[in-house]
Write a protein that binds this ligand. Structure first.
Ligand code: CP
Length: 335
């Protein structure tokens, strides 16, 4: 078993990963290169590394997850960390314990790295003010899902060799999508042209200020796209009807066989998952030759290994001290 692989470049200084907005292109490149190195080591049989031996990683999921939670848990184990899983269902949140007290209690058990998913935007950032642990954002509200953005970018880079100069179309519920925001920050910093596409009701006003173009019909963006990322309709975050019916949405925005034929021959089809077959894309496209959806899932493991490794070791190089006594936060949304 290896300890820290000598090929992992030093120089990462951030103890937390909260979003791609605050990262430079060089920092994003550092995470991608680290993930690729972990992937290379895996392919030559180094499936268990010791870079987090003796460390416990807490998976604090206040919202459901299949891919992200499993992937972070497996990534931690591949680095020889122990893991502890927290889910809000069945926890003492139902007895009135706050989000912050929950995290502080888990930290008190000796957990220096916390992976946090929460329905409230900014919840992982808030935790950085109340615990000394490294905080890694596993998706917060409609804000960001940085490791999803990174794994999407890594998958595109592996297939196309570069990000700069590519046209990437993000389709669907841009208004509620944290995946869209992380993709926009990451892709534009690396020099891609990003087009967001969806019903006008699901495109935030002034989104062009983030450096993207807007199309309201998928058919108007198809032929320009090198990559099409089909975002899930976030029904759980929609407080009103944003389109007349799911059938009408699928008619205008689902990626289907006929649309694939009109796109570039080598177009890449991505989806962050979970996918709703027949809504964002049809089964023949999801399972077809242009789909890289399962490659995204595979790359997610290496991206998460990289983020755990880099953030934990940065935290240890510059231990943080949290400010004074934490205020009591009782907001129901953070329970
Ligand atoms: N893409 C993604 O975040 O999936 P999960 O909700 O299953 O983690």
């Amino acid at each position: 078993m290896n300890t820290v692989p000598p090929t992992i470049a030093p120089g990462w200084t951030r103890p937390h990963l909260l979003g791609l907005e605050e990262l430079s292109a060089a920092e994003i490149g550092h995470i991608l290169d680290t993930a690729l190195e972990f992937k290379r080591l895996h392919t030559i049989g180094e499936t268990k590394l010791a870079t987090l031996k003796g460390v416990t990683v807490g998976n604090l999921f206040f919202e459901p997850s299949t891919r992200t939670k499993t992937s972070f848990s497996l990534a931690a184990k591949r680095l020889s960390a122990d893991t502890v899983d927290f889910s809000s269902a069945g926890s003492s949140l139902s007895k009135g314990e706050t989000f912050i007290d929950t995290a502080r209690n888990i930290e008190a058990m000796g957990v220096p790295v916390m992976v946090v998913r929460h329905s409230t935007s900014g919840a992982p950032y808030l935790l950085t003010k109340h615990v000394n642990a490294s905080i890694i954002n596993a998706g917060d509200g409609t804000h960001e899902h940085p490791t999803q953005g990174l794994l999407d970018i890594l998958t595109i880079k592996e297939h196309r060799g570069t990000i700069a100069g590519l046209t990437v179309v993000l389709v669907g519920d841009i208004l509620h999508s944290r995946v869209a925001r992380s993709n926009i920050w990451g892709l534009t910093k690396l020099g891609a042209r990003v087009i967001v596409c969806g019903p006008a009701t699901l495109i935030p006003p002034y989104i062009e200020r983030l450096g993207v173009e807007v199309r309201y019909r998928l058919d108007d963006a198809l032929e320009e796209a090198d990559c099409i990322n089909l975002l899930r309709i976030q029904a759980e975050r929609q407080r009103s009807a944003f389109f007349p019916s799911i059938y009408e949405y699928a008619h205008f925005y689902a990626m289907n066989g006929s649309r694939v034929k009109r796109a570039k021959d080598d177009v890449l089809i991505l989806a962050p998952g979970p996918i709703n077959r027949g809504v964002e894309l049809t089964p023949d496209v999801a399972d077809g030759s242009r789909s890289v959806i399962l490659d995204q899932v595979t790359n997610g493991l290496f991206i998460r290994m990289a983020c755990l490794h880099l953030c934990y070791h940065a935290r240890n190089q510059a231990p943080m001290v949290r400010p004074g006594i934490s205020p009591i936060v009782t907001g129901a949304s953070l329970r």
